[in-house]
Design a protein around this ligand. Structure first.
Ligand SMILES: Nc1ncnc2c1ncn2[C@@H]1O[C@H](COP(=O)(O)OP(=O)(O)OP(=O)(O)O)[C@@H](O)[C@H]1O
Length: 576
């Protein structure tokens, strides 16, 4: 239950809608009960009035008739506005919840998010948040309204018969308290399981769809489908059991209401026979007792699914409560003084607490405007260097400075403005080439976009109008090399003093690679470029080369200097 508290607080931010919804629910329910109660009295009183001509003439048909009509209209109109207001309150809360959750995800950054699978995060963002609509619509409003209506109706009945009022109270406690408690107990494990199975099913289906090509190649399609079907069957079994519980509670509730009605009829008949109440009041009380169960009827189902709502809340709290991998100051503590400069001193970094060091006492200095090529075997820490500069991770020791100040002193906006990053793997969005490029520079003119495409040799290969070329989901209508180059063009377009490129020419033939690197370096005069690559054919075009091994710099110098050292790692790499 504690897991729900943050969300109740979030609901209170929309207290106008929340309380209006509750009030309208209360009035609608009272109108529905009033309609049945008054109708019961009116029908029997009219029948009795018709016994003699005199009483028929004296009986006032108009006032109760108007009352019945008034209750009927109030119930219909009230139901409409109640639905509008309660749903408005819920949707407002869900919308706020979604952006709140997304902001929490953003703060966590890659360092923390790698603990979650992306399909599972999507499931939390969509399905778990949707499951929380149960909280207000099906738990909070019906519970409070049922409590208020029950008290009012029992007080009304007590004016005519304390015995019937007592009987109604006991029946309401059974149907509105004990039955929901039992339903919650019965659905506790199943509701939780249902939510987790649904999440598991989505994760499996997404893997099945995304990995279709590889699964076909390696013959894993049937196994994956069978695994997804197994989860689905399990899910269906839980749904069936939940449906059985709902059916059972509905039946028990109907029996309780029926028994209460029969009891009220027996007690009321005795009161009529002993002239304590008028005969017309008997029908009125009977209808009133039966109608009040409408207030408690939704509760067993709501509480049966409460564990599902609580589990959804726990899953959201698990992500939102995770400590941020990296914390940014709200405002800059220092402003960039030497744009494009990089300085790392004795930096140690690891991805998780017990993982080996990915960077080990690494020191490095890059001057503004310098073009540096970073080489090293796979796993030597090249991408980790980018992760540090972009502050996706923080070092456990040492200092990282960018543009003359520690990276920790910049707000996230300032830090992002300092550098443009082409990371691995690249992320493209469904849409046109222009849509993807404009992300980096929304005001860029078509000629600027074409120019940057030219720099990466993409202007001639995507038809007559390359800017409008639709690249498909994640760039599926592009080749691997084209995808990389489009992402490279986007990185080039961002007007930042530092450009960090992680293997931008991967997948390109030697001729295109040479043209692309030349295009990039020519367009980056005055900008610092830090480029990671396994390819050395264009190494001479860089001002300096840095070679990493096991997380630290083992060689640094101009291409000529390193080439002159016979036993340099650079020469060994060139010889491969
Ligand atoms: N997200 C991660 N979580 C845990 N360990 C990681 C993560 N990313 C990299 N590593 C580990 O950190 C070390 C350095 O990896 P890094 O990606 O920096 O190497 P790299 O030089 O860029 O390799 P490559 O040339 O293959 O891209 C490796 O041992 C790797 O297994």
């Amino acid at each position: 239950m504690k897991a729900l508290l943050p969300f109740v607080r979030m609901l209170l931010a929309h207290r106008g809608w929340v309380f209006a919804g509750m009030l309208l629910s209360l009035l609608t329910l009272l109108a529905a009960i009033g309609l049945l109660t008054l109708s019961g009295w009116f029908i029997s009183a009219s029948a009795l009035a018709g016994v003699s001509v005199l009483s028929a003439r004296q009986f006032n048909y108009f006032t109760p008739g108007a009352g019945v009509r008034g209750f009927a209209i109030a119930r219909t109109v009230g139901r409409y506005f109640e639905r509008v207001t309660t749903h408005e309150a819920t949707f407002r809360m869900l919308a706020e919840l979604r952006s709140w959750f997304y902001r929490r995800l953003e703060v966590l950054g890659p360092a923390r998010l790698q603990a979650f699978r992306s399909a599972d995060l999507l499931n939390r963002l969509v399905a778990d948040i949707n499951a929380l609509d149960n909280l207000y619509l099906r738990v909070l409003v019906p519970t409070l309204v049922a409590l208020a209506v029950s008290i009012l109706v029992v007080l009304f009945i007590a004016r005519y018969s304390p015995a019937i009022a007592l009987l109604t109270t006991v029946a309401l406690l059974l149907a509105g308290v004990l039955l929901p408690m039992l339903a919650q107990y019965a659905g506790r494990r199943l509701g939780r399981l249902q939510l987790l199975l649904l999440s598991r099913l989505r994760v499996r289906l997404l893997a099945l769809v995304q990995g279709q090509a590889d699964l076909h190649i390696y013959g894993g399609v049937d196994t994956s489908i069978q695994e997804a079907q197994a989860v689905e069957r399990q899910l269906q079994r839980t749904q069936l059991r939940m449906a059985l519980i709902s059916g059972l509670t509905t039946a028990v509730l109907t029996i309780i209401a029926g028994v209460a009605g029969v009891g009220a009829l027996v007690l009321g008949t005795e009161l009529v026979l002993s002239d304590v109440i008028a005969p017309a009041h008997l029908a009125m009380l009977l209808f009133c007792v039966l109608a009040v169960f409408e207030a408690v009827a939704p509760l067993p189902l709501a509480y049966q699914y409460l564990s599902k709502t609580i589990t959804a809340a726990e899953r959201l709290n698990e992500v939102s409560g995770a400590s941020a991998g990296v914390c940014y100051p709200d405002a800059d503590l220092e402003v960039p003084v030497i744009p494009g400069q990089i300085m790392l001193r004795d930096v140690c970094m690891r991805y998780t607490e017990h993982a080996p060091l990915a960077l080990d006492q690494l020191s490095l200095s890059v001057a503004p405007g310098e073009h540096v090529l970073v080489l090293g075997h796979t796993g030597s820490g090249k991408s980790s260097l980018i992760n540090l500069l972009a502050r996706f991770y923080d070092p456990e020791a040492g200092a990282v400075e960018l543009s003359g100040c520690p990276v920790r002193s910049y707000s996230e906006t300032t830090l992002r403005a300092q550098m443009s990053v082409l990371s691995q793997p690249v992320q493209l969005f469904a849409g046109s080439v222009a849509d993807n490029l404009s992300l980096a520079l929304p005001d860029a003119s078509p000629s600027e976009l074409l120019e940057v495409l030219r720099r990466v040799c993409l202007d001639q290969v995507l038809g007559d109008n390359p800017l409008e070329y639709q690249i498909g989901e994640s760039g599926s209508r592009l080749s691997g090399g084209q995808r990389k180059r489009l992402a490279l063009a986007r990185a080039l377009l961002k007007p930042s003093p530092l450009l960090v490129l992680d293997e931008p020419t991967e997948g390109l033939d030697a001729v295109t690679e040479a043209a692309v690197i030349k295009g990039v370096l020519d367009s980056c005069q005055g900008r610092t470029v830090l480029m990671i690559s396994h390819h050395l054919q264009m190494a001479n075009h860089f001002d300096r080369i840095i070679v990493l091994d096991r997380g630290c710099v083992i060689e640094a110098g101009t291409p000529v200097e390193l080439a002159e050292r016979p036993d340099s790692r650079y020469n060994q790499l060139r010889a491969l």
